[in-house]
Design a protein around this ligand. Structure first.
Ligand code: CP3
Length: 343
């Protein structure tokens, strides 16, 4: 029965003696086998759109570490591409996109009912994974939250302070709100399809939520996420959702309840004792090991892993990092982390 899977048990609110574990970016450049498959695909985007190879890299960390969950191999910037933006990756620098900075630019984008022409291979990847994953491994689908996706679509790249997106929301609210609404509706359609193709859990990444405050945080991080979750729950009431409003700080408090999420993922800056007191009473909590420890390793990796496991042991918890594992991480350190959790 699906409910036997450890990740689904934690998401349903169960306190487990050994928390389920997986890692953000678990399929990634720190693994030599990932680098080999990516070379075979040609480049990162070709890998994302190749269902056989995308399923292969999704499975690599599952075979190696027996994680409790597997996350679809894709990217949050595939939806902008499906909506008509140009998207490419510059090696060593990161993503580049054509920009949306006016109503004219916005009007060039495609309607939501056309996104599947681009995204069909992603649903194929999920179907392959559904049949090939070990029966105890939970399959997670995902998307970026609207604010975070909008920051890339407006700036055309990653930015340290999301300046261009803040400027647009202050100077041309009509264009900005239209973009947020389009991304929100596109995300709902995309995630419903992911669930129909086999995703058992959905995660929403709001990586830049921390740069929004007060009213703007509610309007552009919390509200769109709540709208997406409400639409998913209406269609698929039993599929749990993990929300990750990264670096939201005090605004993490009450977030899971306000958006209807089953689990709140927390970054490395959140104090574990504070999270137990203010967040774990409302929902399952996921996180918050510092990914640097998977580079440096040693006794500190083991003691920090055990500290986090212990801190959250009184309630539902999914062991994970506070952000993605980095390319310079040592694959053996991941074994050390998993052993420290399970033994
Ligand atoms: O976690 C997983 O293993 C699933 C796949 C996944 C990727 N990106 C693969 C990826 C997921 C869930 C993401 C989410 C994502 N993508 C986010 C939100 C989470 C976060 O990191 O804050 C964001 C902001 C993006 C956009 C993105 N994709 C950036 C900024 C970059 C470049 C930076 C980098 O790490 O290289 C990417 C590239 C990317 N996405 C890689 C991977 C494995 C590296 C690409 C490569 O192989 O060269």
């Amino acid at each position: 029965m699906a409910e036997q899977k450890t990740l689904l048990r934690a998401l349903a609110g169960e306190t487990l003696a050994t928390p389920p574990v997986w890692m953000m970016r678990q399929a990634g450049r720190y693994l030599p086998e990932y680098r080999a498959t990516r070379a075979q695909a040609g480049d990162f985007l070709s890998l994302c759109y190749n269902p056989e190879l995308a399923a292969e890299v999704t499975l690599q960390p599952i075979r190696k570490y027996e994680f409790d969950a597997s996350i679809l191999f894709a990217d949050i910037l595939l939806l902008p591409q499906a909506l008509g933006a140009d998207v490419w990756f510059v090696t060593g620098e990161g993503p580049r996109l054509s920009t949306v900075t006016s109503m004219d630019d916005f009007n060039q984008l495609k309607p939501v009912d056309e996104i599947d022409a681009v995204l069909n291979p992603i649903y194929e990847t999920l179907k392959i994974l559904k049949s090939e994953l070990p029966k105890e491994t939970t399959l997670i689908g995902f998307a970026g939250a609207p604010w975070t996706v909008a920051t890339y679509m407006i700036a055309g790249r990653g930015t340290p302070d999301q300046g261009p997106a803040h400027a647009l929301r202050q100077t041309d609210v009509a264009t900005f709100d239209a973009l947020i609404d389009l991304i929100t509706d596109g995300t709902i359609a995309y995630l419903k399809k992911q669930i129909e193709a086999g995703a058992e859990v959905i995660k929403l990444f709001d990586s830049w939520a921390g740069s929004l405050q007060d009213v703007a945080f509610v309007k552009y991080s919390l509200n769109p996420i709540a709208k997406i979750i409400a639409a998913l729950k209406a269609a698929h009431p039993t599929v749990p959702v993990i929300a990750f409003p990264r670096e939201a700080g005090e605004a993490y408090k009450g977030f899971a309840k306000a958006v209807g999420a089953d689990c709140l993922a927390i970054d490395t800056k959140v104090d574990a004792a504070w999270a137990v007191e203010h967040l774990q009473k409302d929902s399952c909590v996921q996180g918050n090991l510092d990914p640097r420890l998977l580079v440096t390793g040693g006794d500190q990796l083991v003691s920090e892993t055990k500290r986090i496991k212990e801190a959250f042991s009184g309630g539902p918890h999914i062991f994970n990092l506070g952000h993605g594992i980095t390319p310079d991480a040592d694959p053996d350190n991941v074994h050390r982390m998993v052993d420290a959790i399970r033994n």
